[in-house]
Design a binder for this molecule. Structure first.
Ligand SMILES: NC(=O)c1ccc[n+]([C@@H]2O[C@H](COP(=O)([O-])OP(=O)(O)OC[C@H]3O[C@@H](n4cnc5c(N)ncnc54)[C@H](OP(=O)(O)O)[C@@H]3O)[C@@H](O)[C@H]2O)c1
Length: 304
């Protein structure tokens, strides 16, 4: 039977990859939604609708129109420092909009697959498993945790997928991430300051999209930790990117988190134990090295 799957934030990094992963599946009707025009290069094989998830009426209308079996909610206020400065804007998108989705899911018996973050943890005892206790350090992290609690208290079928720094190539080219930021700056011969005291498990956007699609198709419920397997210092990530693309590492300047004076606090060491996702979602992430090769090929395709 054909499943109708609605993606929110489909212009974003994960949203676009979810479209592409779902296009490979049989028996799915894909409804991609984001604010404004469709910025995904591929325009065929799915329906696109403009949807602002902070507008409750728009959310209700789209559910009435398409009656989705599942929603993958990738839309979020993801700029951690901006959330620290704009609590209201952060709550509106990361918490209130999730409540609108929950109401609509309840009414239409829809499975919600929601994206959350390693930042719900304080980073004192990483790597984390799903049952570890969150302790958010920033407003962004708190907002994501508030949404998790709303979802857990709901009566709907739900999945929370927590992930860690996502990287990949996005169609419209203007969305950066750690890998592209390092590569682009070093290619221009620019110095970059890179923190030497935070540890993360970088996650290839395609791998994460696979896990989201798998959760929908398998009807998996509960919390899942989904990230790359390898945990690195951010500074080492920068060095590996430089090595891989043959760029000059002398432009990488190690600094401490404290010297950056960012408005939002970050957890020093996260990383996930991903055994549950491997077992139940058939999740098999690429190594960081393999992921860089994939990115290299994608960039070569774009620059052809
Ligand atoms: N990126 C990471 O490293 C990371 C790490 C851990 C967890 N996460 C979580 O993973 C999820 C996906 O992250 P991502 O990096 O793919 O995010 P992203 O690239 O910032 O994409 C979010 C998308 O949501 C859209 N959007 C913004 N406001 C909206 C609204 N009111 N209604 C509908 N769409 C709206 C954005 O539109 P525009 O493109 O027009 O701005 C954007 O296309 C998020 O829940 C995030 O919290 C991300």
């Amino acid at each position: 039977m054909t499943k109708t799957i609605l993606i929110t934030g489909s212009n974003g990094m994960l949203g676009q990859k979810c479209i592409y992963q779902l296009l490979k599946q049989k028996d799915v009707r894909i409804i991609a939604t984001s604010i404004g025009a469709n910025r995904t290069s591929e325009k065929n094989g799915y329906i696109y609708e403009s949807l602002d998830i902070t507008n409750e009426q728009e959310v209700q209308n789209i559910f009435e129109k398409y009656q989705p079996d599942a929603v993958i909610n990738t839309a979020a206020f993801t700029n951690v420092d901006a959330c620290e400065r704009d609590h209201k804007g952060c709550d509106t998108l990361n918490v209130d909009a999730v409540a609108y989705l929950l109401t609509a899911c309840e009414k239409h018996n829809t499975h919600l697959v929601h994206l959350s973050t390693d930042f719900v943890f304080d980073g004192e005892h990483g790597p984390y498993k799903e049952t570890d206790a969150p302790n958010p350090l920033s407003y962004y992290a708190e907002s994501k945790f508030k949404a998790e609690l709303l979802i857990e208290m709901s009566d709907i079928k739900w999945t929370i997928i927590r992930t860690i720094i996502i990287f990949g190539v996005v169609d419209d080219g203007n969305r950066s991430n750690v890998v592209l930021w390092v590569k682009n700056n070093l290619e221009k011969g620019l110095d970059i300051n890179v923190i030497n005291d935070q540890y993360r498990a970088p996650t290839l956007a395609e791998d994460l999209a696979d896990a989201c699609v798998s959760a929908v198709l398998k009807g998996a419920t509960g919390i899942y930790h989904v990230s790359g397997k390898e945990i690195y210092c951010i500074l080492d990530i920068a060095y590996m990117v430089a090595d891989f693309f043959g760029l000059d590492k002398a432009h990488i300047k190690p600094i401490t988190s404290a010297s950056l004076k960012q408005p939002a606090m970050r957890p020093p060491r996260t990383g996930f134990i991903i055994d549950k996702a491997i077992k139940e979602l058939d999740f098999h992430p690429h190594t960081f090295e393999e992921s860089l090769e994939i990115i290299k090929q994608q960039l070569a395709q774009i620059n052809k």
